[in-house]
Ligand binder design. Structure first.
Ligand code: BTN
Length: 149
């Protein structure tokens, strides 16, 4: 009986190590350096680097209708923790400033990064002025991330 229990324990341990079955292992493999992710509005997050401690750097190109600061890259900073992700854009670059900041928070699951975002403008004085929404990103290829610079 003891031997049977040990064998079952070892079996579950091995299953957890297999990529795709252990959730965290899959997530760590997927939100990674030199990947590009496009959302339902046509905007793209280019992840240049995710450090060993989870710090994310990259650029973001906004192509969402109804918003400013479109079609030029803005720096992104953020964090990845297993399948959890958060990243932020200050909408100011050499081309245009929109005097605003967006923060996205979400998770990687089954090939998508699903996020909720908040957009705050400089001068905001009440919570109701903070715009919010949902963005879902799907992978748009490593090659794109490497060639967009
Ligand atoms: C601004 O208009 O103040 C700056 C651009 C904001 C673009 C927003 S951020 C959330 C949403 N998702 C996108 O990809 N773009 C818009």
């Amino acid at each position: 009986m003891k031997v049977a229990r040990s064998l079952i324990g070892i079996g579950f341990g091995l299953l957890a190590l297999l990529p795709g079955i252990g959730g965290a292992a899959e997530a760590d493999d997927s939100v990674r350096s030199l990947s590009a992710w496009t959302n339902q509005r046509g905007s793209t997050l280019y992840i240049d680097n995710v450090s060993a401690s989870g710090q994310l750097t990259g650029t973001y190109i906004n192509r969402a209708a109804g918003f400013g600061c479109q079609n030029t890259p803005y720096p992104v900073t953020g964090w990845v923790l297993g399948n959890a992700i958060t990243f932020t854009v200050l909408w100011r670059n050499a081309v245009q400033s929109c005097n605003s900041i967006t923060a996205w928070t979400g998770f990687y699951y089954q090939g998508r990064i699903t996020t909720l975002w908040q957009l705050v403008s400089n001068g905001t004085t009440s919570p109701g002025q903070i715009q919010q929404g949902q963005d879902v990103f799907t992978r748009s290829g490593k090659a794109e991330a490497e060639t967009q610079k």
